[in-house]
Design a protein around this ligand. Structure first.
Ligand code: FAD
Length: 449
């Protein structure tokens, strides 16, 4: 085959296939799972995802956004649940246009498969598992129903086979790249908050967080008004998954830490016992390409922890950027340029995603953090071309690279710290007491966006 072979028909593999086919290329996608148009979704595995500007822009570039729109549930801010059950809403951005969107993973995948199936240049091959590379360096595939093994043929290959990428392992074993994976010592488990009489049991347009310092519960809305909650908790230790040995300890833990959520999770005991305990980690690989023959993208190249809600967004941005580089590839070095361009951005979002875990489970409860969030939005209102909060740069400003958001965010944080000194009595200034002259001076000294 002359065209491109894509290993993995997840979000990145499918979107990449569509973008390539729209350029008139022949693409074959090899996916180990059955066709999602006919198979049932897996229970308890990252049921919904937060979609933000970077993901939306890439979907738009591929022409598939219109068919996804009705699946998107807007989330305009975070709703914090205190241990006493009180709730506090904090907007993500300046207005309702600065929202993120919850989308069901299975609906998204099915929609992308349907869009890919309509492209004459795309062949979708399900239940085809990549096993590694054969002696000639071609992907070795197995047709799962028959068990028959064969070598894939394509002019070039894109590995979009996820965080555990078989292609990445094979290239490492072949001495073509190096990678390491930093596993987080916290795992996750998903639970369901069903709708009652068709109505949501929590405010629908928010991402709910029960921050408890060393761990947290979050919940994202679904299109059917239910919520999917995820518990993030250390794997081992005094308060950990290991310590939740049976129904009684699970229940006691939830009653103690998330009392207001317990009545909303009617199948808590059964789901906690049945749903898998997922692992989280960050993958650092280099290089991502084997010349112009093979390239890793999405989680296969740079899986990150989910606390900024950016893994899929970043994977989609990968696809848009790569399509752009292939569009203008007179030198025939698009894979090489892609790796050089995207690696600093992937490293930056990996770092920000790790930092966001501390923010979500701990810092959100700190009055100074809350003041700085309000101050950031106020600074943006007063100096819109010079100050954009880091969260907003990542989530709403796809024109700003992740690496720029990280470095700019670090300088902005120094300014926020300077403007919100903690008094001798531990008191913080109010927003009205902020030294706006100093703020203007410092902001003028920042490089423009
Ligand atoms: C708990 C959790 C919550 C998350 N929340 C968010 C969020 O809110 N927002 C966000 O942007 N991201 C989120 N993410 C990250 C997001 O899920 C990933 O970044 C995204 O799925 C990456 O897409 P991908 O196509 O690169 O990889 P994957 O989604 O992993 O897809 C890889 C595909 O390759 C297939 N495959 C694997 N191995 C083989 C093989 N050997 N042969 C053939 N096919 C194979 C798989 O079956 C799969 O279909 C979350 C992740 C987790 C774990």
């Amino acid at each position: 085959m002359n065209g491109t072979g894509i290993l993995g028909g997840g979000p990145a593999g499918l979107l990449m296939a569509i973008l390539l086919a729209r350029r008139g290329e022949q693409v074959c996608v090899y996916e180990r799972r059955p066709d999602p148009r006919t198979a049932r979704a897996e229970a308890g595995r990252s049921i919904n995802l937060a979609m933000a500007a970077r993901g939306l822009r890439a979907l738009e570039a591929a022409g598939v956004l219109p068919r996804l729109r009705e699946l998107l549930v807007p989330m305009r801010g975070r709703m914090l649940h205190a241990p006493d059950g009180t709730q506090q809403f904090s907007a993500y951005g300046q207005d309702e246009r600065e929202a993120i969107f919850s989308i069901s993973r299975s609906d998204l995948t099915r929609c992308l498969v349907e869009a890919a199936a309509e492209e004459p240049g795309i062949t979708l091959r399900f239940e085809q598992r990549c096993l590694g590379l054969d002696a000639a360096g071609e992907p070795l595939l197995r047709d799962e129903p028959s068990g028959k093994e064969y070598a894939g043929t394509a002019a070039r290959w894109i590995g979009a086979d996820g965080a555990g990428s078989v292609l990445r392992h094979a290239l490492r074993d072949d001495g073509q790249l190096a990678f390491h994976e930093d596993l987080l010592d916290h795992d996750y488990k998903e639970l369901t908050l069903p709708a009652r009489d068709g109505r949501p049991v929590l405010a629908l347009e928010a991402l709910h967080i029960w921050p408890r310092g060393g761990f947290m519960l979050i919940a994202l809305p679904n299109a059917d008004s239910s919520f999917t909650a995820t518990l993030f908790l250390p794997r081992e230790g005094a308060v950990s998954f290991a310590s939740l040995r049976d129904t009684a300890t699970v229940r006691a833990f939830f009653e103690r830490e998330f009392a207001d959520a317990v009545p909303l999770i009617p199948a808590l005991d059964a789901e906690f016992a049945a749903h898998p305990q997922g692992r989280l980690g960050t993958v650092y690989a280099e290089p991502w390409n084997l010349g112009e023959r093979m390239l890793l993208l999405g989680d296969a190249a740079h899986a990150i922890v989910p606390f900024h809600g950016q893994g899929m967004n970043c994977a989609f941005e990968d696809c848009r950027v790569l399509a752009g580089l292939l569009e203008d590839d007179a030198q025939g070095d698009a894979f090489e340029r892609f790796s050089a361009l995207r690696k600093p951005d992937a490293d930056a979002i990996a770092q920000m995603a790790l930092e966001n875990y501390t923010e979500m489970r701990e810092a959100v409860r700190d009055p100074r953090f809350q003041l700085q969030k309000q101050l950031s939005l106020e600074l943006e209102r007063r100096f819109p071309t010079q100050f954009i909060p880091r969260y907003s740069m990542v989530m709403f400003h796809d024109e700003i690279r992740y690496s720029a958001a990280l470095s700019r965010g670090q300088r902005q944080q120094q300014l926020l710290d300077e403007l919100t000194p903690i008094g001798a009595d531990g008191a913080l200034p109010t927003l009205a007491e902020i030294d706006w002259t100093l703020a203007a001076q410092r902001i003028a000294a920042l490089p423009p966006h």
